[in-house]
Write a protein that binds this ligand. Sequence first.
Ligand code: SF4
Length: 93
Amino acid sequence: MSGGSEKKTYQAQSITVTFEARRCLHAAECVQGLPEVFDIAKRPWIQPDNATAERLAEVVRRCPSGALQYELVDGGTGAPTGPAGSPAVPPGS
Ligand code: SF4
C-alpha cells in the first residue's frame, strides 16, 4: 500500500493553498468557482497566482470536503478564529 494521503502545497505571493486528494469529493466547487486557478487540464492543476488571494480564499472556503485549505502569508488561515474578547488596551500604568 502506498500514497493517496499526501497533502500538496501550492504557493502564491500572498496565499498558500493545500490540497489533500484523498479528501476530495469531486464536487467541482473549485473548478466552477475559479476556473482560471483550478484547471485539471493544467499541471499543476492549481495555479494560485491567477487570482487574488481574497478570491482564492473565498472559493477554497466553499470546498465541501476540506480537501482544499489555505493560509494567507500575512497570517490568516482557512479556519475561522473568533477573538475571545481579550482587551486590546495594555494593563493600567
Ligand atoms: S471543491 Fe473540494 S471537494 Fe470539490 S473538487 Fe474541489 S477540492 Fe474536490
